[in-house]
Design a protein around this ligand. Sequence first.
Ligand code: APR
Length: 267
Amino acid sequence: MPVADAAPIPLGLIESLRSARRICVFSGAGMSAESGVPTFRDALTGLWERFDAERLATPEAFHRDPSLVWGWYEWRRMKMRLAQPHAGHRALAGLERRAAQLTVITQNVDDLHERAGNTNVLHLHGSLEATRCVRCAAPFALPADIPQEPEGGRRIEPPRCASCGGRVRPGVVWFGESLPMPILQPAHDAAAACDVWITVGTSGLVYPAAELPLVAARAGATLVQINPLPTPLDAHYDHVLSGTAAQCLPELFAQERDRASLQPGRS
Ligand code: APR
């Protein structure tokens, strides 16, 4: 993906960041792309080549062909476990240490934000590691080691629940399922209360998550979008930085820090 030269960050954005008390970062699959985790709308490969992600990530697909779907999630879990946080993840962890309040709201089911050091992370679409029984919802502990999956994938029969014998399912929110209110409500509250909202690496196509930037906009926050490509919601943003997460986030906070040090009386 061609990376735009680092255009100077608008002074207005630097000022908004510096005076912000509450910052929200809203991330999507593009945030993990440079760590080697495929985005959701990248074409699928191997066993799943003839499927699109939206047809696999449903309760119906799991019911229809559990070993195909479980195999896909074990392949994704392998990719996620082998991935390492990049400079963009680390920049957000650094921001959490400096900012008065930073909330990371992610659509991603990986743990790269946490592995980089962020502690206040809301997973709207669940987590690949939080598996549970599809029948009695009992949590299921996966083996600690990294799944060893062939690159092209394979079918794997899902494990069985120890208490009721039901099939174990991934802990993600599938299409057609509701988002968990204990996560969605605080995400909505953070959006309505933030001073600066930074969207990174999402196509803005999937609701209700894609509604959250509009909640922040209606509440008067300064809205920033980071994406190498245009998205349908760009018009709602005060600042659109055309570039990748690993390049733009460190650059944004470096310029904010540098400019801060130029202004007398500001720490
Ligand atoms: N840095 C920043 N953005 C990137 C990068 C990068 N390195 N690479 C790709 N992108 C952008 C793409 O231009 C695209 O707009 O990230 C976005 C990824 O979009 P999707 O694949 O649609 O992922 P996402 O928006 O997270 O999907 C939302 O849909 O399928 C469901 O549950 C799934 O959480 C997912 C949700």
